[in-house]
Design a protein around this ligand. Structure first.
Ligand code: PRP
Length: 214
C-alpha cells in the first residue's frame, strides 16, 4: 500500500473544525485529538495522516507536494497565492477581510495618498489596485488596530469576525473586501497520482454537506 494520504491542517480552530468534519464522515481522529506534542498523526481507519502546521506552512507543504491536501483559510490563500488546486469551500472558519477606519472617518475624502496598515499587503494592494487607487502600505505583524489609533495609518485591511476588536478600539468597517472561509487545497501532482483517493474524500465531504444543509 502507498503512503497514507497526507493532509495538512492549520493548527487551532480550523484543525478542530476539520477533525469534527472527518469524524462526521466516520474517520477515527482519536489519535489526533490526543496528540500531545506530536505533529504527524495517523487516522487508523482511513489510510490518511494528519500534519499540523501554521497556515502559511500548510500552503508551503502542499505546494511542494510533501502533503497531498491541506485545510487553510481563504485569507492565507489570497495573501500567499501559489500553485495548488482549491478543491472545496469547507464552510467553517467564516469571517471577512474588511477596510476599517476610525469611527466616523470618510476614507475616500480628500486627495492625499492614504496609508493602509495590514498584515496582508498583497490582499490590500490588489483591493486598491482594482479601484485604481494609489495607497501606501505598511506591514504590521499583529494588532493592526493600533495603527490608525497611533495615527500611523488612515485605515487597516484586516480580518473581521465578530467585529468586537474594532468596536472596542473605536474603529468600524468602512468597506468589505472579501469573504473568508476554510478551503480544502490539493497538490497539483497528487491530484493526478492520487486522484481516486482525493475524489473519494471530496465526494464524501460534498455528500455530507448536501445531507446536512442548514
Ligand atoms: C484577528 C484579526 C482581528 C481579530 C478580529 O486577529 O486580526 O484582530 O481577529 O476578530 P473579531 O472581529 O472577532 O474581534 P487574531 O485574533 O487572529 O490574532 P492575530 O492578531 O494574532 O492575527
Amino acid at each position: 500500500m502507498s503512503r497514507p494520504l497526507r493532509i495538512a491542517l492549520t493548527k487551532g480552530r480550523l484543525e478542530k473544525d476539520t477533525l469534527g468534519l472527518l469524524e462526521s464522515l466516520g474517520y477515527d481522529c482519536s489519535i489526533v485529538r490526543n496528540k500531545g506534542r506530536r505533529l504527524i498523526l495517523p487516522i487508523p481507519n482511513g489510510n490518511m495522516e494528519v500534519v499540523l502546521a501554521k497556515a502559511n506552512d500548510v500552503i508551503t507543504y502542499v505546494e511542494h507536494g510533501v502533503c497531498d491536501l491541506g485545510v487553510v483559510g481563504k485569507d492565507t490563500i489570497m495573501e500567499m497565492q501559489g500553485k495548488f488546486y482549491e478543491l472545496l469551500d469547507l464552510g467553517f472558519g467564516r469571517c471577512k477581510f474588511a477596510l476599517a477606519v476610525k469611527k466616523g472617518t470618510d476614507f475616500y475624502s480628500g486627495f492625499s495618498v492614504k496609508t493602509i496598515a495590514t498584515k496582508y499587503p498583497n490582499v490590500s494592494r490588489s483591493f486598491f489596485e482594482a479601484k485604481g487607487m494609489d495607497v501606501d502600505i505598511v506591514k504590521i505583524e499583529g494588532s493592526v488596530e493600533l495603527a490608525p489609533l497611533l495615527e500611523l495609518s488612515d485605515g487597516i485591511v484586516d480580518i473581521v469576525e465578530t467585529g468586537t476588536t474594532l468596536k472596542e478600539n473605536g474603529l468600524e468597517v468602512y468597506e468589505d473586501v472579501a469573504p473568508i472561509s476554510a478551503r480544502l487545497i490539493a497538490n497539483t501532482v497528487s491530484m493526478k497520482l492520487r486522484q481516486k483517493e482525493i475524489e473519494a474524500l471530496t465526494d464524501q465531504i460534498e455528500g455530507y454537506f448536501a445531507e446536512n444543509k442548514e
